[in-house]
Design a protein around this ligand. Structure first.
Ligand SMILES: [Fe+2]
Length: 425
């Protein structure tokens, strides 16, 4: 290609998918972490996750294999009225040997309360706040994080917002078989992940499968244990949880989802138990988007859509979050490829800041269900105000400032004809 026509093509690519007045920042480098030796029983990579009603799972890693798995905790600093004993695991991946990975469930805990805690009787005191039991409740959302300069920018912005739970629709560390990078990711996110529950589901970068030699998700399942047992699931790759008046279903894009699969049966059973009086909002999260007008990963979610979209529609799901595509896109309510006032809103938010960069190219013309799309890094905030209204905002990492670039009020399907009609079917 001649230089002139190449410049024209590049210019067109840069303009597509964003406002002409917005100059998109360049990708940022992968962060490098200096080696900081710690005492072998010092708790590292501390993160917390919801573990059933009024309980929290505390996860940390020690180099010392004899380090105990108990957590001391209480509502005043340095004063631990409670202690809980947990479990531990470890794994090896060729030459790499993980530290001792501790998982300890604590509770019952008071709602909307700050707790102080210490892991294994060692190291510094951490603190977290439990989510409220009633509205309002706020979720921070960003997928495809990685560990670059933009990741840092995204998590700094999430730290600035007032949120109760962080939801990550897959692709965490981008370790991609380099197991040490799971450790550096754990350290990078600890300041946030030790203070608010991180609820994650798997992406393709968590798989790390090597046929015959290594099963998939060994590292992910060992390090990021989610409340699957607490929600009646047999796999860490799909589960559900409830917070305030919201039922959140976390699905797996990289495990079986056809109608004969365990995930499908579990999803059907889980949705049938949802009580919209108790949890008026129904949210579903997975990695590969079902509604995506970006060229990147086009059509990859089609099989899962064909299998599971009717279940979500019948249950009256309000919002679906996905990642995978490194950009942001929000649909209107949609079902079966067409605008449908009884379908969920689909939000693709794989824009956390990973090293692979942004997905710039969009299908033209923009499909009628697609409301807003932009290839920038950022994060989202879903503030559920009451049983019927929520405010969604997307914040672009613009020159390191979290600029609110898209926002919309969302009305839940509770009380709508959509659910009323279905209950009579
Ligand atoms: Fe992905």
């Amino acid at each position: 290609m001649e230089m002139q026509s190449m410049i024209v093509v590049l210019t067109v690519l840069l303009v597509v998918g964003t406002g002409a007045d917005y100059v998109r920042p360049l990708p940022r480098k992968t962060l490098h972490f200096p080696w900081s030796p710690k005492h072998s029983s010092h708790p590292q990579q501390v993160h917390i996750s919801l573990a059933g009603d009024k309980h929290m799972r505390i996860t940390w890693i020690t180099i010392d294999k004899s380090s105990p798995s108990f957590v001391e905790y209480g509502t005043s600093p340095q004063s631990y009225n409670f202690i809980a004993e947990g479990e531990s695991t470890s794994y090896s991946y060729f030459l790499y040997k993980s530290g001792k990975i501790h998982h300890t469930v604590i509770g019952p805990l008071e709602d909307d309360t700050v707790y102080f805690y210490r892991c294994g009787g060692n190291g510094p005191e951490f603190q977290f706040k439990t989510p409220p039991s009633q509205f309002p409740v706020t979720f921070a959302v960003a997928g495809d994080l990685g560990q670059t300069g933009w990741t840092k920018s995204t998590i700094d912005h999430i730290e600035q917002c007032k949120y109760d739970v962080y939801v990550l629709p897959g692709d965490l560390s981008y370790a991609d078989y380099m197991q040490r990078k799971w450790d550096t990711f754990g350290e990078l996110v600890q300041p946030l992940a030790s203070t608010r529950p991180w609820m994650v589901t798997q992406g393709n970068h968590e798989k790390e499968e090597i046929p015959i030699l290594k099963d998939g998700f060994v590292s992910y399942n060992s390090r990021w244990k989610m409340p699957f047992e607490e929600s009646g699931s047999s796999s860490n790759l799909y589960y559900s949880f409830e917070v305030a008046g919201v039922h959140v279903v976390m699905l797996g894009s990289y495990t079986d989802y056809d109608e004969y699969s365990d995930q499908y049966s579990w999803l059907k059973a889980d949705l049938s138990k949802v009580d919209r009086e108790r949890t008026p909002w129904l949210v579903v999260v997975f990695h590969v988007p079902w509604y995506n007008s970006n060229y990147a990963h086009q059509g990859e979610g089609d099989d899962m859509t064909a299998s599971m979209e009717p279940l979500l529609y019948a249950a009256g799901v309000d919002v679906v979050f996905a990642g995978h595509v490194h950009a942001y896109e929000r649909s209107g309510r949609v079902y079966n490829g067409k605008t449908d006032t009884c379908g969920p809103i689909h939000i693709t938010i794989g824009d956390g800041g990973n090293r692979e960069g942004l997905a710039h190219e969009y299908l033209e013309p923009q499909p009628e269900w697609s409301i807003f799309r932009e290839a920038s890094f950022g994060h989202g905030e879903l503030r559920i105000v009451n049983s019927t209204h929520a405010f969604w905002s997307w914040h672009r990492n613009d020159d390191d400032e979290p600029i609110r670039s898209d926002q919309v009020w969302i009305t839940s399907l509770v009380g709508s004809r959509c659910l009323a009609e279905r209950s009579h079917e």
